[in-house]
Design a protein around this ligand. Structure first.
Ligand code: ADP
Ligand code: ZN
Length: 523
C-alpha cells in the first residue's frame, strides 16, 4: 500500500468503525507510528481522544492488543463502548468468574478478540503471563501511564512491574498514554518502561474553554450554595477530601434542593454504581465525590468542577478540572483555598516514609503557590506542564479578568517576620495574626505575648488581611514551615536578611470582587 492509500485506509476505518470523519490533533500521526511498530508516548489532555490512538491500530494489526488499565470501572466502560461499535474487546480482571476467564482466554487464543483490557494486578499473575505468552500479541498499550510515577497523582506500585512482564511476552512495541505528565513524570514513565527512545506526541494542555477561579475559603458552604444556585440544573462535580465531608456536602445540597448524590470508595458498590449511572444518565445534576470519582468518566457536558477542599497537587487539580467542558463548551473550575486545608493535608502525610512525605510536601507547596499567586492561572498551569503561555489577559481566569490589587508590603512583611521571631518560631498562622492584631485571647495571654512589642502593631488591619500577609510571606519564603511541627512557622534565612535590610516587596490582595453569586445573596 502506498502512503496515500494507507492514510485513506485509516480514515475509512475511522468512519466505518467509530463513525468519525476526522482525526483529532495528533491521533493520525500517533496511529501511524504504532503501525510502524515503534514505541510511542502520548501525552494528551483528558477528553482529547487518547483511546482511539490504540483502539484503531489494534483493529488493523494482526493479533491481540493488550491494554493495561488501572480501574475496573474504566475497563468496563471502554469494553462496553467498543462492543457497541461492533469490536470484539474483553477484559480480564477480578470481577470475572473462572468460567468467564476461561472463555476470554480461549477467545484470545483463537484470535477472535482484538483488544484485551487487563488490570496490572491481573497482568502480573503467573497463570496470566503463561497464557499471554501463548497468544499472538501485537502491542501493549499502557493507559493512565502516570500511575507509574510516584510523582503522579495516583501512583500504583503494580504499574512499576509492567515492563518486566512485557519483557516476558517478547519484544513488543509499547504505547504509553497519559493526560498528566509534567516533565518530571514523563521522565519517570519513560525510564520505567525503558522507552527513552520512544516518539513523544505531546498536545497542548491549554483548555481554552475552562474558566479557573480560586476563592479564599471563608464561609465555604454558603459560598458553594451561592455558586450552585447560579448553575442550577447544570451538570457538575464537587470534590472533597474526605468521605465524611462528601457525605456532609451531599446532604447539604439535598436539603437546599439540588439533585446531588455522594460518591466515594466507602460506599456500598451498588450505591456507588447507581450514583455514577444516575449522573451519566442525567437523573442527577451533581456528584459530590472524593478523587475516587472520575477517572475515565466520559460525560461531555459537565459544566462545573468545584474543589471544595484544596487538592493534593496541581496535577490532580488539572486532571479533575479537566472533566469539565469535554464537549468544548464552557466549563467553570472553582477551588476554595485555605491555609488550614494545606495543614490538614500535611498531617495526612506525616507518617509516610520520608521521601514520600517530602514529595507530597513539594506538591502541596506548588498548590499553595498557585492558589495565592496573582499571575494568570492558565499560564501557571501550563508552565507546570512544561508549556510556556504568554498572555496579557487570557480572559479565562479570575486573575486575568479581575486582576488582584498589589500593594507595597515592606512594613507588613517586617511585622509578620518579627512576630514569628519574637514568639520563638513556635506558633502557626492564626496565633501570629492574633498577636499582630492585639487580640487578647487565652493563648496569647498564657504565653505573655500581649507583653511583646509587636503585640497590636497591626490592629488597624483586618484578620483576613494579616492572614494573607503571613501566607504571602511564606510564598516569598520570608517565612518557612517547620518540617517536624505541622502548622508552625519559622523565619527563613531570607526572612532574617529581610529584617536587617528590608526592601520593597509587592504582595497581592485577595480577590474581593462581587460576582453573580454574591449579588444574588444580597438581593
Ligand atoms: P481521553 O482518553 O483522552 O480522555 P477519550 O479517548 O475518552 O479521551 O475520548 C474523548 C471523547 O472524544 C470520546 O467521546 C471519543 O469518542 C471522542 N473522540 C475521540 N476521537 C475522536 C475523533 N477523531 N472525532 C470525534 N470524536 C472523537
Ligand atoms: Zn488568565
Amino acid at each position: 500500500m502506498t502512503l496515500v492509500e494507507e492514510k485513506e485506509n485509516l480514515k475509512s476505518k475511522l468512519k466505518e468503525v467509530f463513525g468519525y470523519s476526522q482525526f483529532r490533533g495528533n491521533q493520525e500521526a500517533i496511529i501511524e507510528n504504532i503501525l510502524q511498530g515503534k514505541n510511542t508516548f502520548v501525552i494528551m489532555p483528558t477528553g482529547a481522544g487518547k483511546s482511539l490512538c490504540y483502539q484503531l491500530p489494534a483493529l488493523i494489526t494482526d493479533g491481540l492488543a493488550i491494554v493495561i488499565s488501572p480501574l475496573i470501572a474504566l475497563m468496563k466502560n471502554q469494553v462496553d463502548q467498543l462492543n457497541a461499535f461492533g469490536i470484539n474487546a474483553q477484559f480480564l480482571n477480578s470481577t470475572l468468574s473462572k468460567g468467564e476467564i476461561n472463555r476470554v482466554k480461549r477467545d484470545c487464543l483463537d484470535g477472535s478478540i482484538k483488544l484485551l483490557y487487563v488490570a496490572p494486578e491481573s497482568l502480573t499473575k503467573e497463570e496470566n503471563i503463561a497464557f499471554l505468552q501463548k497468544a499472538n500479541v501485537s502491542f501493549v498499550a499502557v493507559d493512565e501511564a502516570h500511575c507509574i510515577s510516584e510523582w503522579g497523582h495516583d501512583f500504583r506500585p503494580e504499574y512499576r512491574r509492567i515492563k518486566e512482564i512485557i519483557g516476558l511476552l517478547g519484544n513488543l512495541p509499547i504505547i504509553a498514554l497519559t493526560a498528566t505528565a509534567t516533565p518530571k513524570v514523563q521522565l519517570d514513565i519513560q525510564k520505567n518502561l525503558q522507552m527513552e527512545n520512544a516518539d513523544v506526541f505531546k498536545s497542548s494542555f491549554n483548555r481554552t474553554n475552562l474558566f479557573y477561579t480560586v476563592k479564599p475559603k471563608k464561609h465555604a458552604k454558603k459560598q458553594l450554595v451561592q455558586f450552585l444556585q447560579v448553575h442550577k440544573g447544570k451538570s457538575g462535580i464537587i470534590y472533597c477530601l474526605s468521605r465524611k465531608k462528601v457525605a456532609e456536602i451531599a446532604e447539604l445540597l439535598n436539603v437546599n434542593g439540588f439533585r446531588a448524590a455522594p460518591y466515594h470508595a466507602g460506599l456500598d458498590p451498588a450505591v456507588r454504581e447507581k450514583n455514577q449511572d444516575d449522573f451519566l444518565n442525567e437523573n442527577l445534576d451533581i456528584v459530590v465525590a472524593t478523587i475516587a470519582f472520575g477517572m475515565g468518566i466520559d460525560k461531555p457536558d459537565v459544566r462545573f468542577v468545584v474543589h471544595y477542599d484544596v487538592p493534593k497537587s496541581l496535577e490532580g487539580y488539572y486532571q479533575e478540572t479537566g472533566r469539565a467542558g469535554r464537549d468544548g463548551l464552557e466549563g467553570e473550575c472553582l477551588m476554595f483555598y485555605s491555609h488550614n486545608d494545606i495543614n490538614k493535608l500535611e498531617k495526612f502525610n506525616k507518617d509516610k516514609p520520608v521521601q514520600e512525605r517530602d514529595n507530597a510536601r513539594i506538591l502541596l507547596q506548588e498548590m499553595s503557590y498557585y492558589a495565592e499567586s496573582p499571575v494568570c492561572r492558565r499560564r501557571q498551569l501550563l508552565h507546570y506542564f512544561g508549556e510556556e503561555f504568554e498572555t496579557e489577559n487570557c480572559g479565562g481566569c479570575d486573575n486575568c479578568v479581575h486582576p488582584k490589587e498589589r500593594y507595597e508590603a515592606k512594613d507588613f512583611a517586617k511585622i509578620a517576620i518579627e512576630a514569628a521571631l519574637v514568639t520563638e518560631e513556635r506558633f502557626g498562622l492564626n496565633h501570629l495574626v492574633d498577636v499582630i492584631r492585639g487580640v487578647a485571647n487565652q493563648y496569647v495571654n498564657s504565653y505573655n505575648h500581649d507583653k511583646l512589642e509587636v503585640y497590636g502593631k497591626g490592629s488597624e488591619e483586618t484578620k483576613d488581611f494579616w492572614k494573607s500577609v503571613v501566607r504571602q510571606s511564606l510564598i516569598y519564603e520570608l517565612l518557612q514551615k517547620d518540617i517536624d511541627n505541622i502548622g508552625v512557622l519559622k523565619v527563613s534565612d531570607k526572612g532574617r536578611q529581610f529584617l536587617q535590610t528590608p526592601h520593597s516587596i509587592l504582595f497581592a490582595k485577595d480577590h474581593e470582587y462581587v460576582d453573580a453569586g454574591d449579588e444574588e445573596e444580597e438581593s
